[in-house]
Write a protein that binds this ligand. Structure first.
Ligand SMILES: Nc1ncnc2c1ncn2[C@@H]1O[C@H](COP(=O)(O)OP(=O)(O)OP(=O)(O)O)[C@@H](O)[C@H]1O
Ligand SMILES: Nc1nc2c(ncn2[C@@H]2O[C@H](COP(=O)(O)O)[C@@H](O)[C@H]2O)c(=O)[nH]1
Length: 392
């Protein structure tokens, strides 16, 4: 745990406002690294999120960093605590619990990579989520092998357990494909800009079109309490493997190349030229899928029902389909009014009814450009005794 927040004196605060030309609302300063002070508060240029300013204590130079990630709404008051050399925890007071815990990363791997790529000072926001999420499932395989067919069966039989990550693509929609359901059909320039802005977990040029998984596509599924399924090519799977997502990787192989060709033609969705291109790419994709070490499991899709049974077994699913199709119960709604003190690995917070909780940040995972998950909240009773019970 780092140093407690330092509230700037009035005259210095005034100086900051003048120098940065920002609107200052309850700026707080945090000594985050050896020679830098991070000011968190106020607004940024868009006027609707919490601004960040950095003071280099050696040169006394102010920098407005590039701010990446999902930003919190502006709020009147927040507490800031440095957790380690990489990130700080920002608690928005008077916000609902689901929206009160945020992380500002200033030296995580993501931030260091982006700093290098953009050649600028970078910080990144990530929303904190209490509780564990379910490991996402990445399904890859050559075009026409049956990935979509298997995923559709899974979604049909287990609608409350799984959610599909809706990718972006620049390819034209096929008949019956709906925007926002099968894909987010996008303009190339718009997609390229979003990629540059760090909004994508992975992307690749596949059969001459751009495809990609946005951070949001995966997060909305996890937020709904479902296990996320990604249908992406091997290049994308490699990138996800290198990310902090921590997924299970499954490669679907065809029984033979001739059968793959039959299926692709029988589907009737591509022109002859496109079929040829997909078959050419399939050769390399199968080779990489079987030998790259990216995949945890390889399944052959010969008989569809048998392959589906194997897929379910591998995902640890009961053979009885999910009959409950209602949405999840809503989570309790708490607002964190006040940050009280720090205790080894835990931050003590109190809610609006003065109940004390220990926020355990020792097992967090993920982070920008997605959510920071794995936060635990334990009730504290009688001035500090912790119970083992998680409230969420
Ligand atoms: N085991 C199987 N036996 C016979 N046909 C199959 C089998 N699995 C899938 N198919 C058929 O093969 C065709 C291709 O399947 P699907 O569209 O699911 O492939 P895909 O891997 O998702 O392809 P793409 O990557 O191009 O989206 C479909 O017409 C589907 O009905
Ligand atoms: N790297 C990614 N690959 C993706 C993504 N979404 C789909 N795909 C792969 O593209 C091919 C072709 O798909 P089609 O719908 O045009 O037939 C297929 O192998 C998909 O797995 C993505 O977001 N990223």
């Amino acid at each position: 745990m780092g140093e407690a927040p330092i509230i700037f004196e009035k005259d210095l605060l005034q100086k900051i406002s003048n120098e940065t030309k920002s609107v200052s609302i309850a700026y707080e300063a945090v000594v985050a690294a050896a020679n830098k002070q991070y000011l968190v508060g106020g607004t940024d240029e868009s006027g609707c999120s919490i601004g960040v300013q950095i003071l280099d204590q050696t040169t006394r130079k102010w920098t407005t960093p590039v701010i990446l990630g999902d930003k919190p709404e502006v709020c009147k008051d927040q507490s800031v605590i440095v957790l380690n050399e990489e990130r700080m925890l920002v608690i928005r007071r008077d916000a609902a619990l689901e929206d009160s815990l945020w992380f500002l990363e200033f030296n995580t791997k993501f931030v260091r990579d982006q700093r290098q790529a953009l050649d600028a000072e970078v910080v990144a926001w990530s929303k904190g989520v209490i509780g564990e999420d379910l490991k996402p499932v990445v399904i890859s395989g050559p075009s026409g092998v049956g990935k979509g067919t298997l995923i559709s069966k899974l979604m049909e039989d287990f609608p409350t357990k799984f959610g599909f990550s809706v990718s972006h693509t620049t390819r034209a929609p096929r008949q019956k494909e709906q925007n926002g359901v099968h894909y987010h059909f996008s303009e190339r320039s718009a997609m390229e800009k979003d990629i540059k802005d760090g909004k994508f977990l992975e992307f690749a040029l596949v059969h001459d079109n751009l495809y990609g998984t946005s951070v949001e596509a995966v997060e909305v599924v996890a937020d709904a309490g479902k296990r996320c399924i990604l249908d992406i090519d091997v290049q994308g799977a490699r990138q996800v493997r290198a990310s902090p997502l921590g997924a299970t990787f499954i490669f679907i192989r065809p029984p033979s190349f001739a059968e793959l060709e039959n299926r692709l033609r029988a589907r009737g969705t591509e022109t002859e030229e496109q079929v040829q291109k997909r078959l050419r790419n399939a050769k390399a994709e199968i080779e990489q899928g079987l030998s790259s070490g990216i995949f945890d499991h390889i399944l052959e899709n010969d008989d569809l029902e048998e392959c589906y049974r194997n897929l379910k077994k591998l995902l640890g699913l009961d053979v009885i389909p999910d009959v409950c199709r209602t949405s999840q119960a809503t989570k309790p709604h708490l607002s964190m009014n006040h940050l009280e003190e720090n205790e080894d690995g835990r931050v003590v917070v109190v809610d609006h009814k003065n109940n004390k909780f220990a926020l355990d940040v020792s097992c967090i995972r993920g982070g920008a450009p997605g959510r920071t998950r794995g936060l635990k909240l334990h009730p504290l009773s009688n001035g500090g005794d912790q119970t083992d019970q998680f409230i969420i």
